[in-house]
Design a protein around this ligand. Structure first.
Ligand code: NAD
Length: 245
């Protein structure tokens, strides 16, 4: 594909640790990539981007901001083929009885409601074009439940259920909706976790090591491509053997 008709991907949270690896991989795969993040510089700050890259400031918790993100990408390239819902926050680590209600709600807003807003914004052009790939980044916490991370675990369980639901809705449209379920990847949120928590995470991984961001990007690359053709509403663990239902 030449760059004029190369497929277009949006990666939310694209400025972050895993987002950076995903955007680098998609660019290497030949995609034009919109790096969409609450921390992205505005177009005025960053210039028009490159032929292959666009920076878009988005707050995924705001439906108008999600629609503006889609419109910025359509305005620039005229299409949206792939949405990687990757933006996320861990929130505080605290037992449920001590968890601040505002922080609990914020984690659900970013990690789950944000996936809804961005998917809702980007599905129509994909369905109209008869092709699309939505890749949601959940977490093994959504299957296993990390102690003292009730908001994060509940939000990621919600992302898994959302994926299964929407994957069925769009199954006959050419748009596939799948979900990656990472264990612990050595970047991003893991870098920010206290040492004690990192040790606990590591102790649960049968392979005895954390995942590499490139290993996550490899799976996203496949799910974002035409090579993935008979999977939708599916969850793909990337956990070094930490398998849970
Ligand atoms: N790092 C891991 O081990 C790990 C494991 C499992 C799942 N995940 C998931 O991977 C995803 C990426 O996490 P990461 O580890 O790269 O963390 P990160 O903090 O490096 O990146 C998250 C990005 O999301 C952006 N963001 C936060 N709130 C936003 C909002 N309201 N609107 C738009 N962007 C927003 C941040 O600015 C940041 O760039 C998250 O969904 C996380 O839950 C990470």
């Amino acid at each position: 594909m030449t760059s004029a008709n190369a497929r277009v991907a949006i990666v939310t949270g694209g400025v972050g640790g895993l987002g950076g690896a995903i955007t680098a991989r998609l660019r290497a795969d030949g995609f034009r990539v919109a790096i969409a993040d609450i921390d992205a510089p505005t177009a005025a700050d960053s210039g028009p981007g490159t032929e292959q890259t666009l920076m878009v400031r988005v707050d995924v918790t705001d439906p108008d901001s999600a629609a503006a993100m889609r419109d910025a990408v359509l305005g620039r390239w005229g299409r949206v083929d792939v949405l990687v819902n990757n933006a996320g926050i861990a929130g505080p680590t605290a037992p449920v009885t001590a968890y601040p209600p505002g922080a609990w709600q914020r984690v659900i807003m970013v990690n789950l409601v944000g996936v809804f807003h961005c998917t809702r914004a980007c599905l129509p052009p994909m369905i109209a074009g008869g092709y699309g790939r939505v890749v949601n980044i959940a977490s093994i916490a959504g299957k296993d439940g990390n102690p003292d991370m009730s908001a994060y675990s509940a939000s990621k369980a919600g992302v898994i259920a959302f994926t299964k639901s929407v994957g069925k809705e769009t199954a006959k449209t050419g748009v596939l909706v799948n979900c990656v379920v990472p264990g612990v990847i050595d970047a991003g949120l893991t870098d920010k976790a206290p040492e004690e928590e990192r040790r606990l995470f590591l102790s649960r991984i049968p392979m005895g090591r954390m995942g590499r961001p490139q290993e996550l990007a490899e799976l996203v690359s496949w799910l974002a491509s035409e090579r993935c053709s008979f999977s939708t509403g599916a969850t793909f663990d990337l956990s070094g053997g930490r398998a849970v239902y």
